[in-house]
Ligand binder design. Sequence first.
Ligand code: ZN
Length: 166
Amino acid sequence: MICPIENEDIEVLLAYCSGTVGDAKAAELKLHVSGCPDCAPFVQLQHAVWNALDVWESNPVSSDFDRRLYARIAEVDREPWYRRAFDFVRPMFQQPALPLAAATVVIMAGFFFDRKQVILPVPSQPAAIRVSVTEAEQVERTLDDIQMLHQFDLDSQEAEKPSKSM
Ligand SMILES: [Zn+2]
């Protein structure tokens, strides 16, 4: 017989240990295992696991377990979808490294989009003009300032006229 462990066919040894192989196969495996230095310890450990599982007893389930379980399922079903989604995501953010990584990504994205070049096509000119977003914002702010100063100048001139008449 070919050794199941050498043949990487562990399932047949597991089936032998659980007693789910036929009598002929079981006899063949018993003969092999008794003389195989690889299979013998494997089968011995499997029998130890099976014996431990036979002895192990789980804690008894409380009498109202089913009622509480279905009540909890119904409670979750009544929650809005975004609450369930948050409950699904929340454990990820309870890890100490994840909020730091998320903050780093947000900061890096801020730097990336701050330095992004925008190409504005100008219909009257054949070549596109490169203007950075920050330059365009500075020009807009300067124009707003000039307009505000001009308005302030007009307001101050109007304010002087009544004072002269007084
Ligand atoms: Zn073997």
